[in-house]
Design a protein around this ligand. Sequence first.
Ligand SMILES: NC(=O)c1ccc[n+]([C@@H]2O[C@H](COP(=O)([O-])OP(=O)(O)OC[C@H]3O[C@@H](n4cnc5c(N)ncnc54)[C@H](O)[C@@H]3O)[C@@H](O)[C@H]2O)c1
Length: 249
Amino acid sequence: MTFTGKTAFVTGAGGGMGLQIACDLMALGANVAMVDVKPQPDCIPSGTGNFIYLKCDLSDDTAVRTAVAQAVEAFGGIDLLANVAGVLWFERDKSALDIDLDIWDTVFRINLKSMVHTSRHIAPHMKVAGGGAMVHFSTIQCRRGDTAPQDAYQASKAGVIALSKSLAIQLGGDKIRSNVILPGPAQSPMQARWEDNADAVKGLSQIIPLGRVGQVSDMSNACLFLLSDKASFITGTELVVDGGLLARP
Ligand SMILES: NC(=O)c1ccc[n+]([C@@H]2O[C@H](COP(=O)([O-])OP(=O)(O)OC[C@H]3O[C@@H](n4cnc5c(N)ncnc54)[C@H](O)[C@@H]3O)[C@@H](O)[C@H]2O)c1
């Protein structure tokens, strides 16, 4: 795969999977607009491609519009979108029957509406470029229930799939593809609760057919494939990256 001459807009790039995706794209020649609400991390390696880091709250449509304009100004256009940013609030996200409704709305604004913001501001630039590819991050948790419900997370991530399929149909004529990755449990800052709990990771690994939890590189590899020309006939679908967990009874 090569991304030389391409520009990517990667959200969640101050964190686990987004940061890895941004670095891998740069290593393969892309210029990358790295976008996150967090400050720029120290550990961005130099690659063949260049980067700009844009601190932006993606749930704010005006801020996203500005970030997209900054990316276009820096690199001349946008060909690729990785919608990676998301939140899973273990303490506050719970059953729909008793969750604080402000939490519900905030989770939806970050996990789903921010992807509407990026998609609507970036699609016109992809059209100008003659095509493009979008990858949106959901979770396997929206395909199964959980005895400890996180209903805002699950429902917002289910919406990501519906949004992606609709975009795939609407934008296919413009040679713009839209696909979703459904990660299984993966080691990243989102799973900071595992840091002091080796037993939890071990227990989880035992029920995953491939015998381990995911790494950010697993998700980045899948994302880069879907963004690349190797996936040029793939749109409107989901790629499960979970070591076989969903396949289990
Ligand atoms: N780690 C897992 O086990 C796992 C499993 C399934 C799905 N996912 C999904 O994969 C994606 C990446 O997860 P991760 O593990 O890298 O998480 P992470 O917490 O390491 O990174 C997410 C990033 O999103 C950013 N972000 C949050 N709200 C934002 C906002 N309003 N504006 C801009 N940036 C914002 C955070 O600052 C963070 O850097 C997420 O969408 C997550 O839901 C993760």
